[in-house]
Design a protein around this ligand. Structure first.
Ligand code: KG4
Ligand code: ZN
Length: 344
């Protein structure tokens, strides 16, 4: 019988992490914060045929991949199932059918091994990617979070507590990158395509900044920027003008990223922290990495920037957040369900 009150907390546990919230079936094994293996089986190439993620295809491909990705991660780590001390899996937010595959598999694995199960909030996973980069990282710190579903600046006060200081009031930054790519006729996923095109352009077009001005609280908005890019491209087409797509991409990239970098540094100063971290797919963007590094250097702040492969969806970050909860004794019940939307 699974009795979560009966488990003892080990010093450097072997944690198996599982992630299946969108189009990546990922499994990783950590020993404490040390990454022993991290595997991803992605359905992105299949999804690209449809220009975005088709939930039904994602669920089916997770079902086909979940067992395999777990075997591969354990084999890479040179471990067997009985070596696992804890299983952590994403339970939300994400596509319900996709989440259910990884979550059900992981709950069954924890039950069969009689080890603690930890249900992980995907966004907390993105924040915890920073601990993989710097295993001795300790709160407090400020985090810039930018993914396909969320854009926020957070104050992390302890290994298990954070506060949202600023967030988007509508679309996420990643979503805007994906829409910008689509209107420019670039392939899915949009972020890397826009980045590549922007490298050959200059920010000559004045698009509205993603920062909401004249607001009582600090807020971002990406829907206005997205619409401005769409209108700019359509107007040029209607007038029969040749569009400099590289300049549009570079201009969009600056409007989307500059305010995030600026406000992250400002908040780090205001909250008197010495360290800034970052997480989420958009943090893989080279322009963001460059400008955030330079801004932190100028402000005398230490920056913990996870490797690009740990910014986009992966299971090592889920295991890393699992470790935070494990050390706090926050084990989950096995009747926990998947949730498409959960608050930050
Ligand atoms: O964190 P993530 O992998 O999944 C979610 O949790 O949403 O983020 C995916 C988002 C997509 O919108 C994708 O276009 C964006 O991250 N992204 C990028 C880059 N790589 C991925 N955006 C800008 N530049 C990139 N290099
Ligand atoms: Zn994500």
């Amino acid at each position: 019988m699974y009795d979560k009150s009966a488990f003892v907390i080990k010093e450097n546990p072997i944690i198996l992490g599982m992630e299946s919230s969108c189009d990546e079936t990922a499994c990783a094994v950590l020993s404490g914060r040390k990454i022993l293996s991290s595997r991803i089986i992605s359905s992105a190439a299949e999804q690209a045929k449809y220009g975005g993620v088709v939930p039904e295809i994602a669920s089916r491909m997770h079902t086909e991949a979940v067992d395999e990705v777990c075997r591969l991660a354990l084999a890479d780590a040179g471990l067997k199932p009985s070596d696992i001390d804890c299983v952590a899996a994403t339970y939300g937010a994400g596509l319900l059918g996709a989440l259910l595959v990884g979550l059900s598999f992981s709950k069954a694995l924890a039950y069969s091994l009689n080890v603690p199960f930890i249900a992980v909030n995907h966004i907390r996973g993105h924040i915890s990617a920073a601990y993989l980069d710097k295993p001795d990282l300790k709160p407090p710190f400020i985090t810039l979070l930018a993914s396909g579903g969320h854009t926020a600046i957070l104050y992390t006060s302890s290994f298990t507590k954070f506060e949202v200081l600023a967030a988007t009031s509508d679309d996420a930054a990643g979503e805007a990158f994906d829409k910008c790519a689509r209107v420019l006729g670039l392939p899915y996923p949009g972020g890397p395509s826009v980045q590549k095109l922007a490298e050959g352009g200059a920010p000559t077009v004045k698009f509205p900044s993603a920062l909401v001005k004249n607001s009582a609280s600090l807020r971002f908005s990406y829907s206005g920027l997205k619409t401005a890019v769409i209108n700019y491209c359509h107007n040029a087409e209607q007038r029969g003008e040749q569009l400099n797509a590289a300049d549009v991409a570079a201009s969009f990239q600056c409007a989307a990223i500059d305010p995030l970098v600026k406000k992250t540094v400002e908040l780090a100063r205001r909250y008197n922290v010495k360290t800034v971290t970052a997480g989420g797919g958009v943090i893989a963007n080279e322009y963001l990495r460059r400008t955030l590094s330079a801004a932190c250097r100028r402000a005398g702040l230490a920056l913990v920037l996870p490797e690009k492969k740990y910014c986009t969806d992966n299971a090592a970050m889920i295991a890393s957040e699992g470790l935070n909860q494990y050390m706090a004794g926050n084990f989950s019940d096995l009747d926990i369900n998947a949730a498409a939307a959960i608050p930050l």
